[in-house]
Ligand binder design. Structure first.
Ligand code: ACO
Length: 396
């Protein structure tokens, strides 16, 4: 609490909390995190139950509707997702206008924003059916737009969704397929990616979700809000962290260099940090990382992947888990350490890592958007500031 009497005539309490580290901006019934206990729950269901027993689509249904789907609802939801996966041909024309090599996150953000030119009726959403249609539409279309963004940025022809495939199979298929060529998708690959989607589906009021909620509070179009979320997620301090993990492993290069970089990470005069270690909220362990470590091991085993990069990652992981510096500061491998390695094993290029995060996070964003918009009263997000500039000056 700060004294603002020299700046403002206002009275009452005024708090200054940079980055909102200890200020709640809303009430929510969607996601619960207990950082000290390493606990994450969606609508009361533990993340390890969701990741092991349920699919990403079940998770999306839970976040959007508040309850897990029955078998019948699950089947209907899957069919609806497939039916809604196609995008308007006008979006193709828009994509045509982007230069080759444009970043897929830039293309995706423009594509999602462009959906608001087609579904402008979503500006006025009132009934439960209208909410449902708006939410299902965006969850279904984002993977198609994401795969198109990748293919356009690489000058490849786009591939349309295949109605016989599941949600995650479809995305991998649209990424990998060449016209007239069979795509071999191994169940472990599909499970690994589906789990990554599930683990990213919501994480309460992180930076991108806060961006989405801020737009919701202004009554903006929901897809404009999702596009803002994509913009926020693009930053390397948010969705770009797993890409940084792989870049750092490539920079370290060989196992014999690991000790040198561990020493640098511990040196307080060196700004170097081990990417993929530590977390702002989880100070004991990141429950999502524990699940992904298991999946990474199975995937590497089944695909028979062993490379110098994997050996470097394994050595860093082993040292950090046993080193006093890392252990005493609660610096454990986080979700990005393992997701980066899994996505690389799935042959997904680094510039697509944040796009994968978007696909997973979309149900969370839209659930948060809907939660705010269905409140009885909506207060526009309008934080205050602590003015530190000049006091009133006399013009010359
Ligand atoms: N490597 C080496 N030392 C580290 C690391 C690291 N990755 N992370 C923290 N430390 C040290 C700090 O130097 C500090 O040491 P000190 O107490 O001797 O001064 C101590 O651990 C605490 O660090 P803080 O920066 O205060 O921790 P904070 O909670 O603010 O930061 C963060 C968390 C940003 C994730 C940090 O651990 C980090 O930079 N990690 C690497 C980047 C990364 O992996 N980001 C992804 C996070 S997960 C996600 O966003 C989905």
């Amino acid at each position: 609490v700060v004294d603002i009497s020299s700046f403002y005539k206002e009275t009452g309490m005024f708090t200054y909390d940079e980055g909102y580290t200890s200020t709640a901006s809303c009430e929510s019934k969607i996601t619960y995190i207990d950082g000290a206990a390493g606990k994450l729950m969606y609508r009361g269901y533990d993340i390890s139950y969701m990741a092991k027993e349920k699919s990403f689509l079940d998770t999306a249904y839970l976040l959007l509707n508040g309850e897990l789907p029955t078998k019948e609802e699950s089947k209907e939801f899957r069919i609806e997702m497939n039916k809604r996966a196609f995008v308007h041909e006008g979006i193709r024309k828009l994509y045509d206008s982007f230069p080759d090599r444009a970043h897929p996150m830039a293309i995706l953000s423009a594509g999602v924003s462009a959906l608001s030119t087609i579904y402008f009726n979503h500006l006025e959403i009132n009934t439960p059916e209208e909410y449902r249609e708006m939410a299902n539409r965006i969850v279904a279309k984002v993977p198609t737009l994401a795969a198109m963004s990748y293919r356009y940025s690489n000058g490849m022809p786009i591939i349309y969704p295949d109605l016989d495939k599941t949600f995650t199979e479809n995305f991998l298929y649209m990424m990998r397929a060449y016209p007239h060529k069979h795509v071999d998708l191994k169940p472990i690959e599909v499970k690994a990616l589906d789990t990554i989607f599930t683990l990213h589906a919501d994480h309460e009021q992180n930076a991108s979700t806060t961006a989405v909620r801020n737009l919701a509070s202004t009554m903006a179009h929901p897809y404009a809000a999702i596009s803002a979320g994509i913009g926020a997620l693009w930053g390397r301090s948010h969705g770009g962290a797993n890409e940084s993990v792989i870049r750092q492993l490539e920079m370290i290069g060989t196992v014999d260099k690991v000790d040198e970089f561990i020493a640098r990470a511990k040196d307080k005069n060196d700004p170097f940090r081990l990417m993929g270690f530590g977390h702002r909220v989880y100070k004991n362990f990141d429950p999502r990382a524990t699940i992904l470590k298991d999946i990474r091991d199975k995937l590497m085993d089944e695909l028979g992947i062993s490379s110098e990069l994997v050996a470097v990652a394994n050595k860093i992981e082993h040292i950090a888990l046993n080193d006093e510096y890392f252990v005493s500061r609660g610096l454990y491998p986080n979700i990005d350490f393992y997701s980066g390695l899994i996505l690389r094993a799935l042959k997904i290029p680094k510039e697509m890592f944040a796009v994968i995060f978007v696909i997973g996070r979309t149900p969370g964003w839209i659930a948060q958007w809907s939660e705010l918009r269905q409140q009885k009263t909506i207060k526009i997000a309008r934080p205050r500031q602590l003015y530190t500039g000049k006091t009133e000056r006399t013009p010359n």
